[in-house]
Design a protein around this ligand. Structure first.
Ligand SMILES: [Zn+2]
Length: 262
């Protein structure tokens, strides 16, 4: 019964109409939004309603939370949910937002339980317990404003969240069937090995070599590229593109800003 009421509540939230303020924020901060088909825009706004109602945002390091911050982050996170059956990142409770690249509160706690993103300053991370995502607002805003540079902190962090939905941090999200898991494993391990080789030889790759760190980072990095450089990914890694298109139920080649950026 709980599931039934949750579904009802979410359906009511999704049916709420978005304010002009939201439209203005998304038009200004998230160029991707305006490129989506109108039906997808509506779906995304509905997901944002649920996301904002269910997740707790906290401003850290002196950051005063605004509607702009919450909507810009939530909308990017919800791009990964479009067209799919979703439970809205069920294990995620809080999004902690710092003004800019933040200092990890306890370096020694950053072990195998925490993924750090970035080099000198930490831009964001997801804890393995999954209940918290930590983001730097300047990086989240920059990622949204540059939809074709292949880098997007929010997509990256929430790809980790999807990876963990099956409670394993192995670079594979929840998939439907055994056959899908096998196809995923076959294609992803081959592509991961390729990126590792590229990193060693210095050969160019569509993917950031940060993805060569481990399979979890690989999934997060290819997710960024899938949405931001879909033409290049499809041309150079067609099988990987196909497997991601099937999982995300999206074909970003249709709406990405990549072609305009060339
Ligand atoms: Zn990561």
């Amino acid at each position: 019964m709980f599931g039934f009421f949750k579904k009802q509540r979410r359906a009511r939230l999704r049916a709420r109409s978005a304010s002009n303020e939201w439209h203005e924020i998304l038009r200004r901060n998230l160029p991707l939004f305006s490129r989506l088909p109108p039906k997808d825009q509506q779906e995304l706004l509905g997901h944002v309603q649920v996301f904002l109602a269910e997740k707790n945002f906290e401003g850290c390091g002196g950051l005063r939370l605004t509607e702009e911050i919450k909507v810009t982050i939530a909308a990017q996170a919800c791009v990964l949910l479009l067209h799919r059956e979703t439970d809205y990142y069920p294990q995620l409770v809080s999004i902690l937002v710092y003004p800019s690249g933040y200092i990890a509160p306890r370096q020694h706690a950053v072990s195998e339980h925490v993924w750090e993103e970035g080099d000198d300053s930490l831009l964001g991370h997801t804890q393995q317990r999954l209940d918290t995502v930590v983001l730097a607002w300047d990086a989240a805003k920059h990622g949204a404003a540059h939809p074709a540079d292949g880098q997007n902190l929010v997509l990256h962090e929430f790809a980790h969240q999807l990876d963990f939905e099956d409670s394993r941090t192995d670079g594979a999200p929840l998939l439907g069937t055994g056959a899908e898991y096998r196809a995923w494993a076959r294609i992803m391990s081959r592509e991961f090995a390729q990126l590792r080789a590229a990193e060693e030889s210095g050969a160019p790759s569509v993917f950031d070599t940060y993805g060569a760190s481990n399979p979890a980072e690989f999934f997060a990095v290819v997710t960024e590229a899938f949405f931001e450089k879909p033409h290049a990914v499809r041309a150079k890694h067609p099988q990987l593109y196909a497997v991601l298109a099937k999982f995300f139920q999206q074909d970003p080649v249709r709406y990405s800003a990549e072609a305009d950026a060339d």
